[in-house]
Every structure is written in structure tokens, then in C-alpha cells.
Design a protein around this ligand. Structure first.
Ligand code: FBP
Length: 559
């Protein structure tokens, strides 16, 4: 038996490309600092909470500027939150930079996510370990977790562990919540004069950690290509058998970036975008009517098949649901320690909840199937987010659309047949082998994180820009984490968090969907992207997402 596939063997040998100035090697990079920065919102609150790391300048690496320090450094690295393709390459890039700077430098991986640094669970990275994980998917090199780092006790324990290992910098690879952790830790380390810096790296398949400085979070490219391959296959199946409507929920948490990107890659018949639903104040009924109308039009034309993409966070954007979920969040935070509620049966829980909601939310809650009610009452994640991946919106919509079509049939406006298939694609894409883009981008992010450490910076997110161009033109630097923060309600309290980037309804990617979707609804314009390719022509193997191309170039590269 072989232990690895022939493709994995080839991928282990792949040499990721380094961004622009970084390709000169860690000893030949220089730092340039820009002007001071401000938080994206709630500036006074953020400034007060992060007085030691607030407002730092944007950093850029080039061939001119200040030399980086050549001091010996031990670094700790943490993988935090949901898996995203390319995480291993961030660690590989960091490791290679550290060892190129000085062979005596050490990299420690904290095990199982942020709890590893608190509990002192770690392992030292070696050539042998790193070489076995280069260009592979997953976070299994050290594991991940969702522990929220926020208490004095956790920070003190983390400091003790760092002192023991002589660690002078921590790199946290994570999404918006994990980088909020990174900022809190950076502030505490600075306030307590520990000399330990904290640097973040932008990870998440959701694509919602982006702004003027962070063009894309790693993993989004590979995950969306993986889902697009699967959906292309489903479309070909639908177009062959011509008998099923496929309702496909796609991961991505609140934001609909994944759904939008996959729609642009595959051209399905229906695409729902949560942000649009909210902006147009569409009710659940409006959404169901929209879907049923398209299904009926196609059915009446003899096409009883199609594909509908549904973002997993849709439910949070439906105005009446949003109000109800916000009340549920507060209620559940209060009921966490209530013994009567904790010991109640599921039906009793529904009654308790319903009695505490206002009339409108209570009516809505009571109208939902019990499965959805149970999913809505599940524990929030440690950061206070509803676990939208566990809410079966695709099944709820199938049932509601079916009822609507039956009504339409009675009224004579629908003559087709509706047979459904429900899918949820999420975990399938989070640990895929990273695309060339993610492999190169992640390696550069990790390498760059060490350059930020050597520059003496803390409270920064590793940033690589100009990413629709070849890697030699990518621009490496750092963005102060406080620049991306605002205050939000979590677990019933106002907390500082990195602002999530939602789909911009004025942005070029959404406009491209809006322009084409009526045609895609009626005609069969399906695209079958096929599997990610690693070897072959650059326009097949190296091109990044349509979203990024439209955002950066306002047009598609290679089209
Ligand atoms: P983060 O990158 O923000 O951690 O989330 C990624 C994600 O895949 C979301 O799309 C999804 O809602 C969530 O993780 C699922 O969480 P879990 O892995 O705990 O089931």
C-alpha cells in the first residue's frame, strides 16, 4: 500500500512562488511605514480598548527602507477556527523565513488551536515535519480550535508558556474572530511590557475577511473552485437526467461571497444572495415565491430540473428572521445558566422561548418546523455566532417551495413536476489540496509574517496585495488590526471585533450576477469548471477567483 497519492507526492515537491520583495530573501527586505491609521468605526471605543496597539501605520516591504532586525527569535504559531486550504503553507513559509534568518531560530506549533498556548500544548517544528505537509490541505499538522482568547487568566498562562519556550512572537492564523483574538492578545502583551509581538494571517474560506488592504482571505480560492467543480458535475447530471431540482446550500457563514463566486463560475438557474435579501427587505415568503416562479417557468417549458444556490447565512439576512435571531441570541445568553430551561424537554424549551419573544418573533418561531427551531437554539460558537452551517435552510426552502408549487398547480399556473435533491457543500472544500494560488499566497503570507516580526511590529495582519498579477508583482506588507475593528453585540454584550466584509451590492461581482441571472434562470447556461489543475497552462492553473478579478481588474483576466 502506498501512504500518499502520486499527486500528493508531486505537490510536496512544488516550490511556491514568493511575493515581490520577499523573493529577495528575508535578509534583503526593507521596511517602509505609511501614515497612521484609524478604526473602521467606533474609533473612540476601539482606541480606548487598544490604547497600546491602536492606529499604527500601514507597513510595506521593498528594497528601500529600514533594515529588519537579525535578532534570534523563537516564534509560536496557532491555527485558529475553521480549516482553509493553504494553512500548512503559511506555516511552511513562516518556518522557511525563520530558518533562513538564523538556523538557531525555533518555530513552535501550538496544538488544537488557541487553547494550545494557554494549556502549554505544543510541538517544535522540524524539517521532517514541515516537508511532509508542504502544499497539502487541512490543518492536521498541529490541529485547530475555536477557543476565544480574552481573559486575563488565559493571557497570563500564555505568557508563562512563551517565557518557558523563550518565544518572542506569536503568529495567529485565523479569520475575523481569531484575528480579534490576536489583537486582544497583542494589546495585553504590549500593555504588560512582555516584549512579545502578535501577528495575524488572514484565513477563511468564507471570504469575509477582506478590505482595502486585504484583497482575499486564503482558502477562498480553493474552496470555491472545489464547490464549483461539484456543482458543475451536478449541473451536468441535472442536464442529463432532466428530472431533479438541486437545492445546494454553500458554506460561508453570514456573508454570501462563496455563493456569489461559485455562481459566477457555474451559472446556475437560481442564486440567492443574503445581502440582497436584506437590502430588498425580502421575507421568507418573497424568497419562496421567487424560486417557485423560476421553477414554474422552467417546468411549464418542459424543464423540470435546475440548480439553486443558497448561502448558509441566508436565514440571518431575512429581516423578520434577523430580528428573531438577535432576540434569540440575547435570550439564550441569559438562559445559559437557567436550570429550569436547561432541564426542560425540547418542546418545553420552544414554549419558554416563544413566551419570551415579542409577538411577531414568537409567531415566526412557532411557524417553523421543529427541526429548524432546534437548530436555531443550538449553542452559539465561542465567539457568539449562530452556527448557520447547522441550520438546514435548503430543506426548509424545498418544503416551502413544494407547498407554493402545489398552490400554483391548483391555480393552473404550474404544469410541471418537482423532484428535489438537497445538498450542503462546506466541509468538502475546507481541506482540499490548495490551488496554486492558495499555495503561493499562503507561503508568502507566512514568510511575510516573519518579516513583520523582525520589523518589531505587533498587532498587525500579514498582507499580500496586487494578487491578480503574477506573484513577482505581489506587494508584501502589514495592516494594523485595529484598523479593521468595530463594536458589535456578541453574547448579549458590545465587544470589539474585526468587521466582516459582506457582499457589496454595488460591487462588480454582484453586478455581474445581477446582469446575467435572468438568462441563467431560463436558459441552460451551465458551466462545468472541472477539477482544480496544478500542472499545465498558467491560465488554467494559476488564475484566481472571478470575484477577485472583477474587484481588482473590473474585468476577467484571460477572457
Ligand atoms: P471560519 O473560517 O470563520 O472559522 O469559518 C469557516 C466555516 O467553515 C464557516 O463557513 C462555517 O459556518 C463554520 O466554519 C463551521 O464551523 P465548524 O467547523 O465549527 O462546524
Amino acid at each position: 500500500m502506498r501512504d500518499i497519492s502520486p499527486l500528493q507526492k508531486e505537490r510536496l515537491a512544488y516550490k511556491p512562488k514568493l511575493a515581490g520583495a520577499l523573493a529577495n530573501g528575508i535578509k534583503n527586505i526593507k521596511l517602509a511605514l505609511g501614515a497612521e491609521t484609524q478604526a473602521v468605526a467606533d474609533r473612540e471605543d476601539i482606541k480606548k480598548l487598544f490604547s497600546h496597539v491602536y492606529g499604527k501605520p500601514i507597513a510595506k516591504f521593498d528594497t528601500v527602507g529600514q533594515d529588519l532586525s537579525d535578532e534570534l527569535k523563537n516564534i509560536g504559531v496557532i491555527l485558529s477556527g475553521g480549516q482553509a486550504p493553504g494553512g500548512h503553507n503559511v506555516i511552511a513559509g513562516l518556518y522557511d523565513a525563520i530558518k533562513t534568518a538564523n538556523k538557531e531560530n525555533k518555530l513552535y506549533g501550538f496544538l488544537g488551536g488557541p487553547s494550545g498556548i494557554v494549556d502549554g500544548k505544543y510541538m517544535e517544528m522540524t524539517d521532517e515535519i514541515i516537508n511532509a505537509y508542504r502544499n497539502t490541505g487541512g490543518f492536521d499538522i498541529i490541529g485547530s480550535g475555536r477557543t476565544k482568547l480574552e481573559t486575563e487568566d488565559q493571557f497570563k498562562k500564555a505568557l508563562e508558556v512563551c517565557k518557558k519556550l523563550n518565544i518572542s512572537a506569536i503568529v495567529i492564523i485565523g479569520g475575523d474572530d481569531s484575528n480579534t483574538n490576536a489583537c486582544l492578545l497583542a494589546e495585553w502583551m504590549a500593555e504588560n511590557n512582555t516584549g512579545i509581538s502578535v501577528i495575524g494571517c488572514p484565513k477563511t474560506i468564507d471570504g469575509d475577511l477582506k478590505n482595502d488592504q486585504i484583497e482575499i482571505s486564503f482558502g477562498f480560492d480553493t474552496a470555491t473552485k472545489t464547490y464549483a467543480e461539484l456543482i458543475g458535475n451536478i449541473q451536468r447530471d441535472a442536464n442529463s437526467a432532466k428530472k431533479y431540482w438541486h437545492f445546494i446550500k454553500l458554506m460561508g457563514r453570514s456573508a454570501s461571497h462563496v455563493c456569489l463566486e461559485v455562481a459566477l463560475q457555474t451559472q446556475p438557474n437560481i442564486t440567492l444572495i443574503g445581502e440582497e435579501v436584506e437590502a430588498k427587505k425580502q421575507s421568507l415568503n418573497d424568497i419562496v415565491s421567487y424560486m417557485a416562479t423560476i421553477i414554474a417557468q422552467r417546468g411549464n417549458a418542459g424543464k423540470n430540473f435546475g440548480t439553486a444556490l443558497i448561502p448558509e447565512g441566508l436565514i440571518e439576512f431575512i429581516p423578520e428572521m434577523k430580528v428573531m435571531i438577535a432576540s434569540l441570541n440575547d435570550l439564550l445568553a441569559g438562559l445559559e445558566k437557567d436550570e429550569t430551561y436547561k432541564n426542560a424537554s425540547q418542546n418545553q424549551k420552544y414554549e419558554i422561548i416563544s413566551s419570551k419573544l415579542d409577538t411577531e418573533s414568537a409567531n415566526l418561531f412557532n411557524s417553523l418546523p421543529s427541526q429548524i427551531k432546534a437548530q436555531l437554539l443550538m449553542d452559539r460558537d465561542p465567539h457568539g455566532n449562530v452556527q448557520v452551517s447547522k441550520i438546514e435552510t435548503e430543506k426548509l426552502l424545498i418544503e416551502m417551495v413544494r407547498e407554493k408549487l402545489e398552490e400554483m398547480k391548483k391555480q393552473g399556473s404550474y404544469k410541471g413536476k418537482f423532484a428535489d435533491q438537497a445538498h450542503f457543500f462546506g466541509y468538502e472544500g475546507r481541506c482540499a489540496m490548495p490551488s496554486n494560488f492558495d499555495a503561493d499566497y499562503c507561503y508568502s503570507l507566512g514568510y511575510n509574517a516573519f518579516a513583520l516580526v523582525q520589523s518589531g511590529l505587533t498587532g498587525y495582519l500579514s498582507s499580500i496585495k496586487n494578487t491578480t498579477k503574477p506573484a513577482s508583482e505581489w506587494v508584501a506588507g502589514g495592516v494594523p488590526l485595529t484598523m479593521m475593528m468595530n463594536m458589535e453585540r456578541r453574547h448579549g454584550e458590545m465587544k470589539p471585533v474585526i468587521k466582516k466584509a459582506l457582499v457589496d451590492l454595488e460591487g462588480a461581482p454582484f453586478k455581474a450576477l445581477e446582469k446575467n441571472r435572468d438568462k441563467w434562470a431560463k436558459e441552460d447556461c451551465y458551466i462545468f469548471p472541472g477539477a482544480i489543475q496544478y500542472f499545465g497552462p498558467s491560465e488554467v492553473c494559476d488564475v484566481t477567483t472571478i470575484t477577485l478579478q472583477l474587484e481588482q481588474e473590473k474585468q476577467l483576466v484571460n477572457v
